[in-house]
Ligand binder design. Structure first.
Ligand code: GLN
Length: 232
């Protein structure tokens, strides 16, 4: 009688309105992060369950053991490394200032004095906006997801937002009615990592090993070009 094997199933949180990394199409979650974790699971022999939630809830849900991990374009930071495990970097992102397409007054952070900045709660963009808020005397408006934040700028209820460069570039490229544009240089050059529960060394090892295999066998590049085209 063959030994019974049980395939481990891990639950990963995601920020479901963050294309091209995660978004919904025909009722299914797709995107770079989703394909990546499914491919890693296949390589390393575990099953994946995806749980969409607001970005701000993701790290707390991992520390509370409601999730095994998360992929949500999560920037690797020293602060986060204290509370969760973070994989090897898998994508270099960075942050950009984003204004309405007809705005001519904001080009750099120095132009933020007295302005209204829309941010998404819990993000590295929000952290930077709060610093600018103090430094330049800008007002911060908080949102739970990226689409609401973009809308606020498009509707002129906020002057500017700070968003991950690849995400806002994709948005502007695929939506000719976004009314948004990127201004200035990238504000930082952070990397995305996959987050896991801090004590789950087994899962972190599997993820890093899977990432390495996917980079070596071309599957990683294939996933990126599925969503971003050949130029990126
Ligand atoms: N990369 C940013 C962060 O980690 C934003 C991620 C997101 O909005 N999903 O804070």
């Amino acid at each position: 009688k063959p030994a019974q094997t049980t395939v481990k199933k891990y639950t990963f949180g995601t920020d479901a309105t963050f294309p091209p990394f995660e978004f919904q199409k025909d009722g299914k979650y797709i995107g770079i992060d989703i394909d990546l974790i499914n491919a890693i699971g296949k390589e390393e022999g575990f099953e994946v369950e995806i749980k969409p939630m607001d970005f701000k809830g993701i790290i707390p849900a991992i520390t509370a053991k409601q999730l095994d991990g998360a992929l949500a374009g999560i920037s690797i930071t020293d602060e986060r490394k204290k509370v969760v495990g973070l994989s090897d970097p898998y994508y270099q992102a960075g942050l950009s200032l984003v204004v309405r397409e007809d705005n001519t007054t904001i080009k750099t952070p120095d132009d933020l004095k007295g302005k209204v900045i829309a941010i998404k709660k819990g993000t590295s963009g929000a952290k930077l906006a709060e610093e600018y808020g103090k430094k330049y005397g800008a007002t911060i408006k908080h949102f739970d997801d990226s689409p609401s934040m973009y809308q606020e700028v498009a509707n002129k209820n906020a002057d500017v937002t700070i968003e991950d460069f690849p995400v806002i570039s994709y948005k502007i490229a695929v939506d000719p009615n976004s009314k948004l544009k990127i201004v200035g240089d990238r504000l930082d050059s952070d990397f995305y990592g996959i987050a896991v529960s801090k004590d789950n060394v087994e899962l972190l090892d599997k993820i890093n090993s899977g990432l390495k295999k996917l980079k070596a066998n071309g599957k990683y590049d294939e996933i990126l070009s599925t969503y971003m085209g050949k130029s990126t």
